[in-house]
Design a binder for this molecule. Structure first.
Ligand SMILES: NC(=O)c1ccc[n+]([C@@H]2O[C@H](COP(=O)([O-])OP(=O)(O)OC[C@H]3O[C@@H](n4cnc5c(N)ncnc54)[C@H](OP(=O)(O)O)[C@@H]3O)[C@@H](O)[C@H]2O)c1
Length: 296
C-alpha cells in the first residue's frame, strides 16, 4: 500500500537514504530540509534515481518552533492525512552551549522538542490515516546519559556529547510516554517507536567542536566506521523497516536497534516519575506552539 511519508533531516545522511529507499518502494515522500536549494536538489536526485515523481519537500529550521509551526501549516493546507512521520533530524552540537531564540538549549530543541512538537501538531493528520506510525531517531549513546532532573534545559552539562546523550535518552522516554497516552486515549491507529541507526559514516558530528579529545575520538571512530565499511545505507535499514513493514503494525512504545530488532533501552536512569517529569516539562515549554484543542 502506498503511504504518505514525511522524513525530517532528509537532505543528507541517513534521512536522505531512508527517503530514497522509501521512494524506491513507491511511497509518496515529503523530505524535510533546512536549506531550500539543497532540498530541491535532493528531491530531483531522488526522483531521478527512483523514477518516483511523488517526492516533494518542506523547509524549516528545526531550532525554531515558529518555523516548525509554519511548516505544519503548509503541510495541512495540502494534505488531509499522514501515514508515517520519521523524526530523523538530529545532531550533536559544540561544547559551547547554544541557546535558540526560543530560549531552549540547542541539542534539546533539535533532538527532543522538534520531534515532540511535530508529532503533536501532525497528530490530527496521523489520526486521519487508517494506520499511522511515528518513528523517533534516538541513539545508542542514550546508554551513557546521566540526566539531572533539576536541569532540564541542560544549563549545567558542560559537554556537547553529554547533552546529546541526554537528549537521545529523553527521545526514548517521550516515545514511551506518548505511546502510553495514545493507548489511554484509545487512539489505536497511531503507533510511536524509537530507533538506533548504528554508528555509520555520515556528516554527523563533523561540524561540532567538542574539545580536542572528543574530536580526536570522534574522528578516529569515523575512520573506523569507514574502515569497517559502516555504510550510511546500513543506518537507514531499521527506519525503512519501521515505516514500511507489515510485521510492525500495531507495535508501539518500543525501541529498535540497527538490525530491525526490538531491544530494551537503558533502564538505569529511568523511573516512571522521571519520564512523566520530562514529558510535562517539554510539553509545557511547547505550549505556546500547541493547538488549543491538542489532546495531550
Ligand atoms: N550517523 C551516526 O553514526 C548516528 C548514530 C546514532 C544516531 N544518529 C542519529 O541519526 C539521525 C541522522 O543523523 P545522520 O548521521 O544522518 O546526520 P547528518 O548526516 O548530519 O544529517 C542530518 C540531517 O539533519 C538535518 N539538520 C541538522 N540540523 C538541522 C536543523 N537545525 N534544522 C533542520 N534540519 C537539520 C541536516 O540538514 P543539512 O542537510 O542542511 O545539513 C541533515 O539533513 C540523527 O538524529 C542522529 O542523531 C546518527
Amino acid at each position: 500500500m502506498k503511504k504518505l511519508i514525511m522524513i525530517t533531516g532528509a537532505t543528507d545522511g541517513i534521512g536522505k537514504i531512508t527517503a530514497t529507499e522509501l521512494a524506491q518502494k513507491g511511497h509518496h515522500i515529503i523530505i524535510h530540509g533546512r536549506n531550500e536549494d539543497k532540498a530541491k536538489r535532493v528531491v530531483n536526485e531522488i526522483k531521478q534515481i527512483t523514477g518516483n515523481e511523488e517526492v516533494e519537500y518542506l523547509v524549516a529550521d528545526l531550532f525554531s518552533m515558529d518555523a516548525i509551526s509554519r511548516m505544519v501549516k503548509k503541510f495541512n493546507d495540502k494534505f488531509d492525512h499522514l501515514d508515517v512521520l520519521i523524526n530523523n533530524a538530529g545532531a550533536v552540537l559544540n561544547d559551547k552551549r547554544y541557546v535558540t531564540k526560543d530560549g531552549f538549549e540547542g541539542t534539546l530543541a533539535l533532538n527532543v522538542m522538534a520531534p515532540l512538537l511535530l508529532s503533536q501538531l501532525l497528530l490530527p493528520k496521523l489520526r486521519n490515516s487508517k494506520e499511522s506510525r511515528i518513528i523517533n531517531m534516538s541513539s545508542g549513546t542514550h546508554r551513557l546519559a546521566k540526566p539531572d532532573m533539576s536541569d532540564l534545559n541542560l544549563e549545567k552539562v558542560p559537554s556537547g556529547q553529554a547533552r546529546y546523550g541526554i537528549a537521545k535518552l529523553f527521545v526514548i522516554w517521550n516515545t514511551q510516554h506518548m505511546s502510553a497516552l495514545l493507548q489511554k486515549n484509545r487512539i489505536h491507529n497511531v503507533t510511536v517507536n524509537a530507533s538506533h541507526p548504528g554508528a555509520v559514516a555520515t556528516n554527523f558530528g563533523q561540524n561540532s567542536n567538542n574539545g580536542w579529545l572528543n574530536d580526536f575520538i570522534y574522528k578516529a571512530s569515523l575512520k573506523l566506521a569507514r574502515w569497517l565499511r559502516l555504510d550510511p545505507r546500513k543506518g537507514a535499514v531499521t527506519n525503512v523497516y519501521l515505516a514500511d513493514s507489515d510485521t510492525v503494525q500495531g507495535i508501539t512504545g518500543k525501541f529498535y536497534n540497527n538490525k530491525k530488532h526490538q531491544i530494551k533501552p537503558a533502564t538505569k536512569q529511568w523511573t516512571a516519575k522521571k519520564e512523566q517529569r520530562v514529558w510535562d516539562y517539554y510539553m509545557l515549554k511547547l505550549k505556546p506552539w500547541l493547538d488549543a484543542d491538542a489532546i495531550f
